[in-house]
Design a protein around this ligand. Structure first.
Ligand code: UDP
Ligand code: MG
Length: 321
């Protein structure tokens, strides 16, 4: 049955505290894999420092089914780093990234594969509905996209998560981008290649809670914007310029007033205009320096984006990253 001519499809699933979802996820994947035996299948779970029984369950699955593989990271590095680890270790001709919580239906994968066979390199799933989510979170997410769209030159797609199929070309491209401040959505857009949209209905989280707290999401949004655009830098420049301009106008008014009516306190008008003017200029240059310095700081540390404890039960050194 195994044929070396078969194309190999990898499925990458980052998992953080997903013990409750794994059994039904595996069941649905198994149905999918058995129904499409014309492909060789590989499922790679990346255990992102889970604090529950996720790793233990993955080990059980691996014993039952050799198509299941797992990477165990040394701690929680976040989904972005977990995905990079997955990109480094998958061996397929193409790769499907999906969440462990079954918000991404595996039943969509055959449709993605069809488009891949037609020659598309990056088939991304766009959700029609967002599933159960708080109103506030939805608004926040929409606002984030609006801001990001305004700030960037590369197109960012709304309502597109990480559920997508990538050709080997894309995987190889993605593994070359090894920045620590990862913002994968932006990176997907950046690499280019032939993209194709496919629609799906996003379900609700099967079990457990989304690990994204509001605070985490806010940080994610800030990371997304700063690692993707230099727009905040521009904003600081404009703020500085506007403050300086206001100070200049203020200076003219005060000088005119002084000229017409005379001074109340000697030296006050010139003093206040100089302070305001310098304040504006300082804000301007500090913002500029700070932004660049921050980037240099993170880049010079040059740390690996993730560390691996074991791969399918074997400890390996993480030279790759
Ligand atoms: N995840 C991860 N590391 C983290 C947080 C999340 O690997 O630090 C995984 C999680 O197990 C899931 C996917 O990323 O498979 C999406 O996470 P979640 O469902 O919490 O995010 P949401 O769907 O709410 O955006
Ligand atoms: Mg989810």
């Amino acid at each position: 049955m195994m044929n070396s001519q078969n194309k190999k499809v990898s499925i990458l699933i980052p998992a953080y505290n997903e013990e409750k979802s794994l059994a039904s996820l595996y069941q649905r994947l198994q149905v999918l894999m058995n129904a499409h035996a014309a492909y060789d299948w590989e499922v790679l779970f990346v255990n992102d420092g889970s604090k529950d029984n996720t790793l233990w369950i993955l080990k059980q699955l691996r014993e039952k089914d050799s198509r299941i593989n797992y990477l165990d990271l040394s701690r929680n590095f976040g989904k972005e780093a977990a995905m990079l680890a997955g990109f480094d270790y998958v061996t397929g001709d193409c790769l499907v990234i999906m969440d462990a919580d079954l918000q991404h239906p595996p039943e969509l994968i055959p449709d993605m594969l069809k488009l891949w066979e037609e020659g598309y390199d990056d088939v991304y799933a766009k959700r029609i509905s967002r599933g159960k989510e708080s109103w506030l979170r939805k608004q926040f997410s929409l606002l984030f996209y609006k801001i990001l769209k305004k700030c960037t030159k590369v197109e960012v797609l709304e309502n597109v998560g990480d559920f997508r199929l990538l050709d080997r070309k894309c995987i190889d491209a993605l593994t070359q981008l090894r920045e620590n401040e990862r913002y994968t959505k932006g990176i997907f857009a950046w690499i280019g290649f032939r993209k194709k949209e496919i629609l799906f209905e996003q379900g609700d989280r099967l079990a457990g809670n989304s690990s994204w707290s509001f605070y985490k999401l806010l940080n994610f949004a800030i990371d997304g914007i700063t690692s993707y655009t230099t727009a905040p830098l521009r904003i600081s420049i404009f703020t500085g310029l506007i403050v300086s301009l206001i100070a200049f106008i203020f200076m003219c008014i005060i000088l005119a007033k002084t000229w017409i009516w005379g001074e109340v306190v000697r030296g006050y008008p010139t003093l206040i205009t100089i302070i305001l003017f310098l304040g504006g200029m300082q804000l301007f240059s500090l913002g500029t320096i700070g932004e660049y310095l921050g980037r240099v700081f993170y880049e010079t540390k040059n740390r690996p984006p993730y560390l691996i404890r074991e791969y399918n039960g074997e400890s390996i050194n993480t030279k790759k990253s």
